[in-house]
Design a protein around this ligand. Structure first.
Ligand code: ADP
Ligand code: MG
Length: 258
């Protein structure tokens, strides 16, 4: 059984999002090509999580759209509904997008194996025996084959996050979004999670990673995107954005986190 994924293209076009009068995303354009690893940096409150939620269709932008492999994920312009996907189409697209959260979000009442096997069964993609076989393969891939029968509370934070990554892989997503995947971890557990993400990066999965781990970003990112105030202020290869930042806000941010 293969666990390989078909890397996808993500496109974000002129996305504006606001909550009440508070503008959170202010005209974001972003294209992530198949197999590319994009790291998003930016201060707290700059709109990073909202951008990931728009890509995953958990938030609808007031203007603009996000698309996966050229298929639109919600299109709205100035409040006018140009096209709206059916809920079914949205779910189908979302199943092609993996999402790994800061706080793991595992099902506490399910074993590690069933946490990983749950989504392919629930969505009718695989029957339970096949899903469990896939889950074992994926747990092996994240170095947790021996924890299949454990419950999340019996694992360290780093192990729980590795299970969450295996769970995200179980639907064979075209892209995986990571929202500060190591921010909730004790420092000594950060490395094991970053190492799993690095393996995914090397295997050609399309990744979008929000993180403050600059060393990791330098190592794996094809492109670094710096967001502040809901706008992309600067983007480019790590050697440019990290070593020769052009925008004063990027310089200020890096001086605080480096
Ligand atoms: P980041 O992930 O970069 O820290 P977020 O995307 O979470 O930023 O949030 C950007 C801004 O939007 C913040 O000011 C936050 O308070 C606000 N915000 C986020 N979600 C909501 C919401 N559901 N309702 C109102 N304001 C929100
Ligand atoms: Mg956030």
């Amino acid at each position: 059984m293969t666990t390989d994924v078909q890397p996808a293209t993500v496109e974000v076009h002129d996305v504006h999002k606001w909550y009440g009068t508070h503008r959170v995303l202010d005209g974001v354009d972003l294209t992530v090509r198949p197999g590319e690893v994009t790291v998003i940096l930016g201060p707290s409150g700059s709109g990073k999580s909202t951008l990931l939620r728009v890509i995953n269709h958990l938030e609808k932008p007031e203007v603009g759209y996000a698309s996966l492999n050229g298929e639109l994920i919600g299109v709205r312009r100035q409040g006018e509904r140009l096209k709206e996907l059916s809920e079914r189409a949205i779910l189908a697209q979302r199943s092609r997008i993996g999402f790994v959260f800061q706080n793991f979000n595992l099902f506490p009442h399910l074993t590690v194996l069933d946490n990983v096997a749950a989504a392919p069964v629930a969505t009718g993609v695989l029957r339970k025996p096949e899903a469990q076989a896939l889950a074992r393969t994926l747990l092996d891939r994240v170095g947790l084959a021996d924890k299949a029968g454990a419950y999340p509370r019996q694992l360290s934070g780093g192990q729980q996050q590795r299970v969450a990554i295996a769970r995200a892989l179980a639907l064979r997503p075209g892209v995986i979004l990571f929202d500060e995947p190591t921010s909730a971890l004790d420092p000594e557990l950060v490395g094991e999670v970053l190492s799993v993400i690095k393996d995914l990066a090397r295997s050609g999965t399309t990744l979008i990673v929000v993180t403050h781990e600059i060393g990791f970003a330098r190592e794996v990112a094809d492109r670094i995107v710096f967001i502040d105030g809901g706008r992309i202020l600067e983007q480019g290869p790590p050697a440019e954005v990290l070593d020769r930042p052009q925008h004063p806000r990027t310089r200020e941010f890096l001086s605080k986190v480096l």
